[in-house]
Write a protein that binds this ligand. Structure first.
Ligand code: ATP
Length: 315
């Protein structure tokens, strides 16, 4: 192992959350994962991940959701930094500082975002300059959503979600996100999906693929068509584990959203609106109704993980 030519004292990366506009869940694979076809959109809720050279590996977390993030070796950002060091043969260690704005266990890829941030930040800190494809491949080995939050924008994910393909898309979309105070575990939601499918007779599940309705909506930039095309095969399972989400969905649609769905494995409910003003109105109505825990607004698509230039404000 060698010491990397450290060029900076610390590096901060800003990394977005995601919403799944469509999540088609295929059969369970022999490795336990499900084959999926999903359309991801990166949205403007960001975590910041700062890496600082240190004598030992450690994690510090700040921000509204900090108390729900592990600070031990199970932290996904720390795991990503250690995996990168191992893979490239660097024996330097870092402290990982996470400023957490993405809900935890919310179906918005918060942990994946921090892992993506740590990979890119360490790549810069250690002066590695790894090709983008190498970083994406390493990201995919670490977790299904990590390549997408590195890449950002809008993309189709296949395999476990880690194999990305570009999508022809136009427009900026205004989202309202109803965040639950308690999270849902992604493996538990997939297990519930399997249970519900078996209980319904266990018919063979077809190989998942992107729908024409979604691709056409994105290509045209038509917000109404996109609202109508939103879909998630995990909805039923998430609703079964967290029935209160049904009330949130109904309320958002009644208050004027052009579409709404549970993001990924939930429990965040994402509502699409047709303007920034409509998003603000929906935010106010949902908050006043008291059905949703916390309500946030975000625009999408946004860039993937990016190094923040200059010294970090939080570093
Ligand atoms: P996805 O949308 O990718 O399925 P999620 O947004 O539902 O994921 P995460 O926020 O990634 O869920 O959190 C899942 C679990 O991962 C948490 O319960 C937490 O214990 C663990 N975890 C490990 N590292 C982190 C991290 N840096 N940030 C958030 N959670 C983390």
């Amino acid at each position: 192992m060698t010491s990397a030519p450290t060029t900076r004292r610390s590096v901060t990366v800003r990394v977005p959350a995601k919403v799944n506009l469509e999540l088609n869940v295929g059969p369970r694979r022999p490795d336990g994962y499900h084959e999926v076809s999903t359309v991801y959109m990166a949205v403007g809720l960001h975590d910041e991940v700062t890496v600082v050279p240190s004598d030992d590996w450690s994690v510090l977390v700040s921000g509204p959701y900090a108390d729900r993030v592990p600070r031990d070796e199970t932290n996904l950002a720390l795991r990503a930094a250690r995996a990168l060091a191992r893979q490239v043969g660097v024996d330097d260690r870092v402290s990982v500082l996470i400023h957490k704005e993405i809900p935890v266990a919310g179906g918005m890829a918060g942990g994946s975002a921090d892992a993506a941030g740590a990979l890119l930040a360490c790549d810069h800190l250690w002066g590695l300059g790894l090709p983008r494809d190498d970083l994406l491949e390493m990201a995919g080995d670490l977790g299904s959503d990590i390549p997408f939050v590195l890449a950002g924008g809008i993309a189709v994910g296949s395999g476990r979600g880690e194999r990305l393909a570009p999508v022809l898309a136009r427009g900026t979309y205004h989202w309202v996100l109803a965040v639950s105070p308690t999270g849902l575990s992604t493996p538990a939601v997939y297990a519930e999906c399997d249970r519900l499918r078996a209980a319904a007779g266990g018919a063979a599940v077809p190989a998942p693929e992107p729908t024409t309705a979604m691709m056409t909506a994105l290509r045209s930039g038509d917000v109404e068509a996109l609202g109508a095309a939103l879909s998630n095969d995990l909805s039923e399972a998430a609703l079964s584990l967290s029935p209160g989400l049904g009330e949130v969905l109904v309320a958002g649609l009644e208050y004027g959203a052009v579409g709404g769905l549970i993001s990924g494995s939930g429990p965040t409910v994402a509502f699409l609106t047709d303007s920034p003003e409509a998003a603000l109105d929906l935010c106010v109505s949902l908050t006043a109704s008291g059905v949703a825990g916390e309500v946030r607004r975000a625009k999408g698509p946004v860039h993937g993980a990016q190094v923040v230039p200059g010294p970090s404000a939080r570093g």
